[in-house]
Design a binder for this molecule. Structure first.
Ligand SMILES: *Cc1c(COP(=O)(O)O)cnc(C)c1O
Length: 354
């Protein structure tokens, strides 16, 4: 793929690496490529980061034909830059796009585009502990027309931002509210895709949880509101009586790259991982009888997020005395160790950007 490069005259000032937060500072450049029904993908370019103009009738603004991805570039102690399983994000975006009737962006082009942009922005990949460059590929319809239909033109873009440790005060357990009224996804819907619409519909649950002093929502299945599925933008895993439980990938849960990686590592360590439906009643029961040992969310942004408290209707369960669990900690250290190049990458998951 030929990528045109348009240099900017003045580069931005880089933010303080000790105070990056999440998603606040965008880098100097962005990758852009256009798709039309007649010509397919064309005009790959890396251009100065800047606002884009959209026609008010752009279909995305009305019908949310938008999908996205999220991955990171990590700087190793030797100064090298590496990505983590970028081909998984590429494939997942193809899956998302198929569901939304959007054109597929080929896997090799996706990885090439990410690498090319990260290379241009290499000075933006921070080196402070636990920092990284967050990469956000996304695609949306650009056609202007007020009918609901598969659009005739789309844009694929990638933007990046340096990010700090997701939790400024270290990985402390979070308090989670089980949502038993609103739903995030149903079978046959778009729950397994990373599309903007899924998140628009989830904000109300998040607001409700925050009002009650909880930081995240645990979603139950959309049909019976009985089985646990996901937390906000993370998959979730439970350690009960020594075994791991997590919701199966059956159309409502996002197939997280972190989830998949954790399952690999856990099985490698000899753990039984049950990708099976777990009812909220059984989970709360395990919380009461002492067999619920650890709960943690998994996702690229936070890597792993220990859960210290679970509230379901009138019942509250405190997990592991509101402390990060031993296995949660070990998983965090192992995965981040591979990502930042401190541990041997025995699974072949990292891809160097040179
Ligand atoms: C992105 C996301 C995840 C985590 O996926 P990763 O590939 O591990 O980052 C989980 N659930 C939802 C709903 C998500 O949007």
């Amino acid at each position: 793929m030929e990528i045109r490069f348009e240099k900017r005259d003045v580069l931005k000032e880089k933010p303080d690496q000790k105070n990056l937060g999440f998603g606040k500072y965008m880098t100097d450049y962005m990758f852009v490529m256009d798709w039309t029904k007649e010509e397919g993908w064309k005009d790959a370019r890396i251009v100065p980061y800047a606002p884009i103009t959209l026609d008010p009738a752009c279909v995305t603004l009305h019908y949310a034909q938008e999908t996205f991805e999220g991955l990171k570039a990590y700087r190793t102690d030797e100064g090298k830059i590496q990505l983590f399983r970028p081909e998984m994000n590429a494939r997942r975006m193809i899956t998302s796009n198929e569901r939304l009737c959007m054109p597929g962006f080929p896997e090799d082009m996706f990885v090439e585009a990410v690498k090319a942009l990260v290379k241009v922005e290499q000075d933006w990949v921070p080196s402070e502990p636990e920092t990284s460059l967050y990469i956000r590929p996304f695609m949306f319809a650009t056609e202007s027309a007020l009918g609901v239909h598969m659009a005739t033109s789309y844009k694929f873009m990638i933007i990046c931002c340096p990010v700090g440790a997701y939790y400024a005060e270290g990985i402390n357990p979070v308090r989670i509210l089980v949502e038993d009224e609103l739903v995030r996804a149903v079978k046959g819907g778009t729950g397994f895709t990373k599309c903007g619409g899924n998140y628009a519909g989830s904000i109300l649950g998040q607001v409700k949880a925050e009002k009650l002093g909880y930081s995240q929502v645990l979603w139950l299945d959309g049909e019976q509101r009985k089985y646990v599925e996901e937390v906000g933008t993370m998959n979730i895993m439970f350690k009960i009586a020594g075994e791991i439980y997590t919701a199966p990938i059956e159309g409502t849960v996002l197939a997280g790259v972190t989830r998949d990686s954790m399952i690999h590592i856990l099985r490698d360590w000899g753990y039984t991982v049950n990708e099976t439906r777990l009812s909220i009643d059984d989970l709360m029961k395990a919380g009461c009888d002492g067999t619920l040992e650890e709960i943690f969310g998994t996702g690229t942004a936070a890597v792993i997020s220990p859960v210290g408290e679970l509230r379901y209707r009138e019942d509250t369960v405190i997990v592991n005395d509101f402390k990060i669990g031993e296995l949660t900690r070990k998983l965090y250290d192992t995965l981040t160790g591979i990502q930042w190049g401190k541990l041997e990458d025995k699974y072949g998951w990292t891809v160097e950007v040179k």
